[in-house]
Design a binder for this molecule. Structure first.
Ligand code: AMP
Length: 306
């Protein structure tokens, strides 16, 4: 099927309004209007790719968009929504970085055709009451420090799936636990979407890109390098077994007094208990001043054959 060059819907007084232009960016605030567009595109044989974000877009988000845009015959929807339900009281909701115009510019540069940028009341109208409970993994690791966070994440992601009905959705491995929980939800609730996990994009010195990195003072930014350095040290120790992995990573973190460690954990790749052998994930959360940073890497626990 060829790509429709534009789709029109009607506003309240019956005026036809373009809602989609091939090869141009259209921003939608209204979930119903966006749903109509993606439905029409699907009806015309297009596939829909979804990249959910909270905006303040950086090269990590750009990589997700590139993956999505690389699929022939697909239209990419980027959602930009700072979801209040995934912030616990006292977290940084009010000061979370916002850069909407720059975000749209990046979407244009990457050839994104649809941005979904709702207001809070569009997503959570008066009387909104339902939420998705993540199960035990939702209270572990990040969930232990951020109560309610993953219920907020899963609820918004389920809504984004329901609004856009994507064929494929792209998430960063940077938020590995989030990705694991979304995979679980998709399996458990029989949601018909293919999930793609995208490897973490890093600064040259190893720091994982994050919208929250702008909070870091120069001194904190310097200290933050120890997080990815610790993960690399752990990764290299993979063939000496799980205890060596944790020791190697812990030693690097202990040498950086400007970081406050929340957790350092070695889990299996679905975030179950530490395996003795096989694929594993090393995860860390640490605070540099008031800024909480998370990162993780794959670790291969292989026994060396001498
Ligand atoms: P956020 O805007 O922080 O909610 O992130 C939106 C999506 O981008 C999530 O799927 C993140 O995991 C992903 N993401 C954030 N930072 C990175 C990064 N450095 N590399 C790859 N993906 C990322």
């Amino acid at each position: 099927m060829t790509k429709p060059s534009s789709l029109r819907t009607h506003d309240l007084v019956g005026r036809a309004r373009p809602r989609y232009h091939a090869d141009k960016l259209t921003v939608h605030r209204d979930p119903t209007a966006l749903r109509r567009v993606t439905r029409a595109l699907r009806g015309g044989g297009r596939r829909i790719n979804l990249v959910p974000t909270m905006g303040a877009l950086h090269a990590g988000h750009r990589e997700l968009m590139r993956r999505a845009r690389g699929v022939p015959g697909a239209t990419t929807v980027v959602s930009i929504f700072v979801n209040p339900r995934q912030f616990a009281p006292g977290e940084d909701l009010d000061r979370y970085p916002r850069a909407f115009e720059d975000d749209l510019e990046m979407c244009r540069e990457e050839g994104v055709e649809l941005v979904f940028a709702p207001e809070v009341e569009d997503v959570y109208p008066a009387g909104f009451a339902t939420s998705i409970h993540p199960g035990p993994l939702g209270d572990d690791l990040e969930g232990a420090v951020r109560p309610g966070h993953f219920a907020g994440v899963l609820t918004i992601v389920a809504k984004l799936f329901a609004i856009t009905v994507p064929d494929v959705a792209y998430f960063g491995e940077k938020d590995y636990q989030q990705l694991a929980l979304i995979r679980r939800m998709v399996r458990d609730l029989d949601i018909d979407v293919h999930l793609v996990g995208v490897p973490t994009v890093r600064e040259r010195d190893g720091l994982a890109l994050s919208s929250r990195n702008v909070y870091l003072s120069p001194d904190e930014r310097e200290a933050a390098v120890a997080i990815s350095a610790a993960l690399s040290a752990g990764q290299y120790a993979g063939e000496q077994g799980p205890a060596a992995v944790l020791d190697a990573a812990r030693a690097v973190l202990a040498a950086e007094p400007r970081l406050e460690l929340d957790y350092l954990e070695l889990r299996d790749d679905e975030l179950g208990p530490t395996p003795e052998i096989g694929p594993a994930r090393l995860l860390v959360a640490a605070r540099a001043g008031k800024t909480r940073l998370i990162d993780n890497v794959a670790v291969s626990l292989v026994r060396r054959v001498d």
